[in-house]
Design a protein around this ligand. Structure first.
Ligand code: NAP
Length: 439
């Protein structure tokens, strides 16, 4: 008799959802976690990041306040802000623990090692499980260059003792842009460096260019740091262009890699990609039939809601024999920069490649909240439609972009067309009403 029907390694968003769902289906379920429950999202990702985004955006609210008749003196305290943020994180970890307990999932605390196709060792004890799920997530890529140990990655950016005065951010992806906006919003002098001239690769080019013009910090493109040296309580970064940059903190945000170190995948016979991602089929099954993997560790779509959707799909398949994958073609995503960029569906470039004949509708508009500010960033609304008028992609650069894009994901799944947009009554005055008068 196995100890468990379903044993999950990794207590992040995907792992916790899978363990709880399995238990709800009547499976004897366990979850192994070596650190804090909640994984990257709760501890060193989405949630603390978004709270820091709110902290940084408060600066803008304070700047706009006099226009609305408010007079106040602004004074940001890093220590207090971090303490409040960490209080919320602790609360969420406790919620995860409580939910696991209430769902009847056995929590095993410690490092898990696969010791066989149906065996997992935790703290010296071996457990037998009918199905094993690896949901260990990902970890930031660290720079490999002389002096790279003086730089930090996003995990450490959450635990800085004080707000750095000068920050150099390396990497123009999600994490680089988000932290550059956070640090600059909080008052640091920020320079963002990217090795190519393309920021936010994979996003709609026009939307990225529109966003780039409004970013509140300096950018250096086509440049790499070759070495880092500490100097007088600060850091000097030497670039391949022969310049020296000075910063108190250098943050590398150059991607994330699957967290598989020490898991024993090789001994268990689990095949991985050259980057270490667990290779799975359409049912999330690895090369070992009793071992499954979902979320970042499979390096497909590295987003919390996707890991959760995969947890739902896997447990529905395993315990209800209802195998259906989530719709990977319509995964919305948002870069919580300032302003926010959010998108769903195809970019203009991909839509042209795939469908040839497309229509692009767009609007630039100044959000009403900036009515009393002379120089304010416009918002961009961009809708791409195919020859049959079906909406293929929506791209937004706007303060509320992330909130707005979710409704469009649903509309696109339901087959929305631009004609339907024209027939829809909006709410005035909002940014979203612009969707219904696009030409
Ligand atoms: P990313 O979005 O893949 O961007 C990586 C950036 O680093 C790119 O600009 C890339 O440049 C650059 N780069 C890669 N290797 C480099 C190297 N060796 N030296 C210098 N630059 C290098 O990665 P990320 O920002 O680290 O985020 C990782 C993942 O976390 C994302 O894929 C995303 O799924 C997830 N995430 C999502 C959110 C969100 O949903 N809001 C937020 C944070 C993270 P080039 O493009 O020029 O090659």
């Amino acid at each position: 008799m196995p100890d468990f029907d379903f044993l999950v390694i990794g207590g992040g968003s995907g792992g916790v959802r899978a363990a709880r769902r399995a238990a709800a289906h009547g499976a004897k379920s366990a979850l192994v976690e070596r650190r804090d429950l909640g994984g990257t999202c709760v501890n060193v990702g989405c949630i603390p990041k978004k709270l820091m985004v709110y902290a940084a955006e408060t600066r803008e609210a304070l700047e706009l306040a006099p226009g609305y008749g408010w007079r106040m003196r602004a004074d940001f305290n890093w220590t207090e802000s971090v303490a409040h943020r960490d209080g919320e994180i602790s609360r969420l970890r406790a919620v995860y623990r409580r939910l696991l307990g209430e769902s009847g999932v056995t929590l095993l605390e410690g490092e898990a090692v696969l010791s066989g196709p149906q065996q997992v060792r935790v703290q010296g004890r071996e457990y037998q499980a009918k199905h094993i799920l690896v949901a260990t997530g990902s970890t930031p890529v660290r720079p490999e260059l002389p002096g790279g140990e003086h730089a930090i990655v996003s995990d450490q950016a959450f635990h800085l003792p004080e707000l750095p005065r000068r920050v150099c951010v390396v990497g123009g992806g999600y994490i680089g842009l988000e932290f550059a906006c956070i640090f600059s919003g909080l008052g640091a002098e920020v320079t963002l460096l990217n090795r190519s001239k393309t920021l936010l690769r994979g996003f709609d080019r026009e939307a990225v260019e529109f966003l780039t013009h409004t970013l509140p910090f300096s950018r250096r493109l086509n440049v790499r740091i070759t070495n880092i040296r500490p100097m007088n309580n600060a850091l000097t970064a030497h670039t391949d262009r022969g310049e020296d940059l000075y910063a108190d903190t250098i943050l590398f945000a150059i991607g994330r890699r699957p967290a598989v170190d020490g898991l024993g995948l090789e001994q268990a016979g689990v095949q991985t990609s050259p980057q270490g991602a667990i290779l799975v089929n359409e049912r999330y099954r690895s090369s070992v039939p009793s071992i499954y993997a979902i979320g970042d560790v499979t390096q497909r779509v590295m987003l919390t809601p996707t890991a959760i959707a995969e947890a739902e799909a896997l447990t529905r398949g395993l315990f209800q024999n209802d195998w259906r994958q989530p719709d990977y073609n319509l995964v919305p995503s948002a870069v919580f920069s300032h302003p926010c960029l959010a998108a769903v569906g195809l970019t203009e470039e991909h839509a042209r490649q795939k469908h040839g004949d497309i229509r692009v509708l767009r609007a630039h508009t100044k959000p009403l909240r900036y009515a009393f500010r002379e120089k304010a960033p416009d918002s961009l609304i961009k809708v791409i439609a195919g020859a049959d008028d079906r909406i293929l992609g929506v791209h937004l650069v706007a303060p509320e972009a992330a909130e707005l894009i979710q409704g469009f994901t649903l509309a696109m799944r339901a087959g929305a067309t631009t004609a339907m947009l024209k027939d829809t009554i909006g709410i005035h005055p909002t940014l979203a009403e612009e969707f219904f008068s696009l030409d």
